[in-house]
Write a protein that binds this ligand. Structure first.
Ligand SMILES: Nc1ncnc2c1ncn2[C@@H]1O[C@H](COP(=O)(O)OP(=O)(O)OP(=O)(O)O)[C@@H](O)[C@H]1O
Length: 313
């Protein structure tokens, strides 16, 4: 077992940010921790990495109790923070030498690790350049290299792809898979469900301080497969239409984005005709589809919110 959180509670002032959070991470897994802004992902990671105290509960890393003072345990993990934390006045290689040095690496071993880390993130050619000359994506890749120069067995990445170009984003996602193929365990947080869906061997869904579901993508989708999902595009969206759709028997959730409505009903509701006749009454429908469920639907069914913007339905 790489990590184990048991009934972890963390509060900031009066707000419970981690509310009885429990999960396990096993060797070689790529865990995708998915949740909207403010769900508690970064707080969970900080607690796991021993950067903050918790109010109650237990956190174990590699079988040992995690705490703020456990420096030895921290040496076994790599943490890629949301903010890029490289030094602008050091070259890419010098940054890596600095971080490697913090973990006690020196001499030939340090040189080798620095070269490997640069190669791993595709920055070998940029070794002697300063981060201020880098694109956002390249800086993020250097940030990742700094967190893995000491070759930790567990690497935690907090939204490493926010605000970068698609090419660097793909590069980072591929590098996560390559890390896992080498036996490194990865915890990857994101509010992009496509990323989590693409790389994770197991997914944890977090909302308002709770882990609300966990499992493989297939397992999570199976949980909601009995739901009906109807997508319609209407000619005239209105509050009255939304209210009438909500009132149809069996309808559990409705998400409206402009003129598009996604209507989730419980199993066997057979609501397609009812939905269409309500929409007809309000000006007609220009498009209808019934899609296969995605991770976004799992989130929507469990929370009644869209993942991307945390918007209430
Ligand atoms: N140091 C702090 N002091 C007070 N409140 C905090 C602190 N850190 C986080 N919070 C609050 O705790 C909640 C969870 O925040 P957290 O950063 O863990 O969420 P998140 O899921 O990582 O979101 P994001 O994707 O925006 O980073 C938020 O409501 C946030 O405002």
């Amino acid at each position: 077992m790489i990590a184990n959180l048991e009934n972890v509670i963390k509060r900031y002032k009066n707000k419970v940010v981690l509310d009885n959070v429990s999960f396990e991470i096993h060797k070689g897994e790529i865990i995708g921790l998915l949740g909207p802004n403010g769900a508690g992902k970064t707080t969970a990671i900080r607690a796991l990495a021993g950067l903050i105290d918790i109010e109650s509960g237990d956190i174990k890393l590699m079988g040992k109790k995690q705490s703020i003072n456990n420096l030895k345990l921290k040496a076994n993990i790599g943490l890629v923070t949301q903010e890029v934390t490289v030094f602008e006045e050091l070259t890419a290689a010098e940054n890596l030498r600095f971080f490697g040095g913090l973990y006690g690496l020196k001499g030939a071993e340090l040189n080798k690790r620095v070269e490997e880390a640069l190669e791993f993130v595709g920055l070998t050619e940029r070794a002697k350049q300063y981060p201020k000359t880098f694109s956002g994506g390249m800086s993020r890749r250097l940030n990742i290299a700094c967190a893995l120069v000491h070759q930790p067995e567990f690497i935690i990445m907090d939204e490493p792809t926010v605000g970068i170009d698609p090419q660097s984003r793909n590069y980072i996602l591929e590098s996560v898979k390559r890390l896992a193929a080498k036996g490194t365990t990865v915890l990857y947080t994101s509010h992009y469900m496509e990323e989590v869906q693409a790389i994770s061997t197991r997914i944890l869904i977090m909302d308002q301080g709770h882990i609300i579901a966990q499992g493989t993508l297939e397992e999570l989708i199976k949980r909601i497969q009995h739901e009906e999902k109807i997508k319609i595009t209407v000619e005239f969206a209105s509050e009255e239409l939304t209210d009438e759709l909500k009132a149809i028997q069996g309808v559990k959730n409705i998400v409206q984005t402009g003129s598009e409505y996604v209507i989730i009903s419980s199993a066997g509701s057979g609501n397609l005709n009812r939905v269409l006749s309500v929409a007809q009454k309000h000006g007609g429908v220009s498009n209808v589809s019934a899609d296969k469920p995605t991770l976004e639907d799992v989130f929507l069914t469990l929370t009644g919110k869209k993942l991307r913007d945390g918007e209430e339905v």
